[in-house]
Ligand binder design. Sequence first.
Ligand code: NI
Length: 200
Amino acid sequence: MRGVRIFLWAAVVVLAGVTAYLLFNRSLQKEIAEAPFGVPFQLVTQNNEPITEKAFQGKPTALFFGFTHCPDVCPTTLFEMDNLLKKVDPDKTKLQAFFISVDPERDTPEIMKTYVSNVSDRITGISGDPAKVMEMVKGFRVYAKKVPTDESKPDGDYVMDHTASVFLLDDKGRFAGTIAYQEDSAVAEKKLENLITRNL
Ligand code: NI
């Protein structure tokens, strides 16, 4: 009889613990889902204007990370994003897009401007103080790593290995999905349309 009572008490304690954990976990998940994605930052646009995380609010946003020396992924993504934006938002009023450098040592705001404006007049390049840029990149959970193009010359030329997905944020700056590199363009278009519709 005593053994049964101890067992029941133990069960009550375990159950209470599990319930508390589940409630805590749920509130934590809710908080994460409702918070703006990433971290606060102070960087510079391609037009040498200050920009902070507040710029990713007010309108749904497409963000992607890369560098101007990128051989293929970044130019392709920039070009495709420009095409998609023209299709889903011809009036340039519903969506905004930013291209953030993961190679701020070489990508000054001026270089970003030349590079981005060559492809699109609706995507804004972001760069700035290299340490601050890399802090922001990390805060947005983007992978970026310097890879020397010639292993025998570690101080020579390099490329940046980096996350190739486009991040989608709603008009409160909250994470709303991704577009994968070379995602089917009809699917990508639908994702951007949904992003616009749910924020109307
Ligand atoms: Ni790239």
